[in-house]
Design a protein around this ligand. Structure first.
Ligand code: ACO
Length: 332
């Protein structure tokens, strides 16, 4: 194994998948008892994209990865590592290796990382550790989820929230480390607030032994608990990550949170004293795309010119586990 001398992390390219089918709030009001007014007022969501029959977690992740490699002028064969953050793989054994094959990243090792809506943040920090030790110098981090497969479409409390998507970033070894600070947390005592649980169905194997052959159940959520958790823990962890970076909120150009609910974004921005025009939100168009939401919103803001090279971004993911994390990084 070659040990590289550049051990800093630079975020040099982004990409996202484009899904053709948008489901509007009015569409959903034909499915459950709800309205555009209720959904938009409580969450900021107007529509969300849903994967078609032709699409898969792997195809969405591959599209996002391809776009990020193109933006950063990176050849797939130069990629050393691919981390796919997802809770909805096509294959429970992992989907990252299929993405690696589709991209033609023949030299890369690839694995899945599961941390729900914190997945991208956890994957970004994990990738940085391989780079800071000089083991890998080109890494593709992808966040992708197809929660539409695991949503209970008769439960109005959850089905209006989620959408499908994929986003990716390319990290390259650099003399100067642009991952300025981070902090990650888990609290399994609150696990019951948000689940996509396996439910076993006991089947006789022999006369005295059984196997627990079941399936996963749709997403269940205690919305109020998750809301309370997010508005308390997210500002705290961003402040911790800023402290590690030696910065205060005055030093950041953008606040980029997991897109769970516009009210959460507003409350966190207010707690941190970040002006509204510095908060990146694509809630209205995408809803909550779980592990995809941060890289997807990042990619949109990079491509439309809001985020420029040298901008400092405070980012935070939070969700099931419960898990949460923050990273302060400089773009480009
Ligand atoms: N349309 C109309 N009415 C609705 C809907 C709907 N889609 N959903 C719920 N209601 C009703 C409820 O039945 C309830 O009616 P009742 O008072 O007659 O019982 C009323 O609206 C209020 O329901 P609450 O659940 O109390 O609504 P709340 O104001 O808490 O908003 C929401 C719900 C939007 C889900 C909010 O709690 C929230 O955003 N929580 C955070 C969720 C979150 O961020 N989750 C993602 C985490 S990321 C991850 O890891 C996947």
């Amino acid at each position: 194994m070659v040990q590289h001398t550049k051990t800093g992390v630079a975020l040099v390219g982004s990409g996202s998948a484009h899904l053709p089918i948008a489901v509007t709030n009015d569409d959903l009001s034909q499915v459950v008892e709800t309205s555009d007014e209720w959904i938009a007022t409580r969450t900021g969501i107007r529509q969300r994209y849903i994967a078609t029959q032709q699409e898969s977690l792997v195809s969405l992740a591959t599209s996002a990865g391809t776009a990020a490699l193109e933006m950063s002028n990176t050849q797939p064969t130069d990629v050393d590592l691919i981390i796919l953050a997802t809770s909805t793989p096509d294959d429970l054994f992992g989907s990252a290796a299929q993405v690696q094959a589709n991209l033609g990243a023949s030299h890369a090792v690839a694995f899945d990382l599961t941390a729900a809506c914190s997945g991208f943040l956890f994957a970004l920090v994990t990738a940085a550790q391989y780079m800071r030790t000089g083991v890998y110098k080109t890494v593709l981090v992808i966040g992708a989820d197809v929660l539409s497969r695991w949503t209970d479409w008769s439960d109005r409390r959850t089905c209006v929230l989620f959408g499908d998507g994929a986003g990716a970033v390319v990290l390259k070894a650099s003399d100067r480390d642009r991952l300025l600070g981070f902090d990650l947390r888990s609290d399994g005592t609150l696990n019951g607030c948000l689940n996509l649980p396996y439910q076993a169905d006991s089947q006789a194997l022999t006369s005295d032994k059984t196997v627990q052959k079941g399936t996963y159940q749709p997403v269940t959520m205690n919305g109020k608990e998750v809301y309370r958790f997010a508005v308390k823990r997210v500002p705290e962890i961003i402040e911790k990550a800023l402290f590690h970076a030696g910065l205060s909120t005055d030093g950041i150009d953008w606040l980029l949170l997991h897109q769970a609910n516009q009210r959460i974004l507003d409350a966190v921005a207010e707690r941190l004293n970040v002006p509204k025009d510095r908060v990146i939100s694509n809630m209205g168009r995408h809803g909550n795309t779980s592990a995809a939401s941060i890289p997807l919103a990042l990619d949109e803001a990079v491509r439309d010119g809001r985020i420029k090279a040298g901008d400092v971004i405070a980012s935070s993911g939070f969700g099931a586990g419960l898990s949460w994390g923050a990273a302060i990084f400089e773009w480009g």
